[in-house]
Design a protein around this ligand. Structure first.
Ligand SMILES: O=C(O)CCC(=O)C(=O)O
Length: 401
């Protein structure tokens, strides 16, 4: 195993990594496991010291090497699903917290482990779970009265040139209809499908209704735990799977979506496009904020399953989002937070603004829409956007330049 690490990593750690590798190839698996755990623990401390942006990438690579060795040890003896499941969790931790090594080997290893586990998957969901799916489907957040609001314009599959001239260059938002209808996810995705494809994967979940709240936090959990607690669970709990890495972590899901053709109008390559997943129950809110890149926010069609009168399971289409857009020219009237971390986020609670504290907000013009499955919203770079899910919903956003 080629350890390409800079001088910034303590030599003792590099030596320990070499020893651990030799132990593994020498068949001394339990000693290698111990050493790999020490490597993971030590580098974990480094990853959790100071601001994340300042963590040295080489320490993240050390952590990934530690995870890889641990995975190899856990899977050394074929057989039970439990150690493979534990190994997959270690892979995910390496993917989330580490940095790529050996041509992204952890992505490949994770795919193999997931395939192995899918052969050992339990049968259909028990009746109790089906009942909760019914409950989840019935719940909606209130649709705002939009009669006095200016609607985001809509176009059906405009040409590249038309989109460029009338929307990209003048930075005008638009809803593109008919652009995502042919994506495989539109027919394929259901809560059950996501559970099957990604259930055993560990992901970060945002807890609380919005990231500006004091009690907001993030926790790592499996997609299965997320679905049973926040998608099928009690409506009082809000959890949002808002993930920048989900599609890299689980390439099987990425095959079901496409990068919108309009991204070719940008300067970058396809690999420079960041694809984000936003999966959550009704009521999840992304507070008013702006991002530096152009954005195509695509609303997926996700099927819930509802118990109909004959007790059969009927698929139902769900997934709408209420969205408001404010021009970057209105920034002052939106009262961005003053702290560095939240400078791109407004202090105003958009649907229940405190106009005594934020009087200019009332005058700021905006566009609004309810984005439905199959539709793609173009949000120009720096355009302020506020998003509230009206139903259980799965959106995919493409950030491009
Ligand atoms: O869908 C959401 O909740 C937020 C989407 C968003 O903010 C984005 O894509 O930048």
């Amino acid at each position: 195993m080629k350890l390409d690490l800079s001088e910034r990593v303590d030599r003792s750690v590099v030596t320990l990594l070499k020893q651990a590798t030799d132990l593994f190839y020498g068949g001394r698996v339990s000693e290698c496991l111990e050493a790999s755990e020490a490597i993971c623990d030590y580098s974990w401390e480094k990853l959790n010291t100071g601001a994340w942006q300042e963590v040295d990438k080489d320490w993240r690579r050390v952590y990934t090497f530690g995870c890889l060795l641990k995975v190899l040890c856990l899977c050394a003896a074929p057989g039970e699903a439990a150690p493979v499941l534990a190994a997959l969790k270690v892979c995910d931790m390496g993917l989330l917290m580490g940095a790529a090594i050996l041509e992204d080997i952890l992505i490949k290893v994770a795919a193999i482990l997931q395939k192995y586990l899918s052969g050992k998957r339990p049968g259909p969901a028990p009746a109790q779970e089906q009942h909760s799916i019914k409950k989840a489907r019935k719940e909606h957040a209130s649709v705002p009265d939009m009669s006095s609001e200016r609607a985001v314009p809509r176009l059906h599959c405009p040409s590249l040139q038309y989109f460029r001239e009338h929307h990209l260059v003048p930075e005008r938002p638009v809803i593109l209809e008919g652009v995502a209808n042919h994506w495989p996810c539109m027919k394929k995705w259901s809560v059950q499908y996501i559970q099957e494809i990604a259930g055993c994967r560990t992901v970060p979940v945002e807890l609380g209704s919005r990231y500006t709240d004091e009690e907001w936090s993030q926790r790592l959990m499996t997609v299965s735990e997320f679905i049973s607690k926040y998608i099928l669970g009690e409506p009082k709990d809000i959890g949002y799977l808002a993930q920048h890495q989900l599609f890299d972590q689980i390439p099987e899901l990425k095959q079901d979506i496409s990068v919108p053709d309009y991204c070719c109008l940008g300067d970058g390559e396809d690999e420079d496009i960041t694809i984000n997943a936003w999966f959550g129950p009704p009521g999840t809110v992304s507070p008013l904020h702006q991002d530096p890149q152009q954005n195509f926010l695509a609303q997926e069609q996700i099927y819930g399953r509802v118990m109909c009168l004959e007790n059969a399971l009927e698929p139902q289409v769900i997934g709408r989002k209420y969205i408001r857009l404010y021009s970057p020219r209105e920034s002052e009237a939106l009262y961005p937070h003053s702290t560095h971390l939240l400078h791109n986020t407004s202090q105003v609670d958009v649907e229940s603004p405190d106009l005594e504290r934020f009087p200019r907000f009332a005058e700021a013009p905006f566009l609004s829409c309810v984005l439905c499955p199959g539709e793609v919203l173009f949000i120009p770079a720096k355009c302020w956007h506020y998003v509230r899910a009206l139903d259980l919903s799965f959106s995919v956003s493409f950030w491009w330049s």
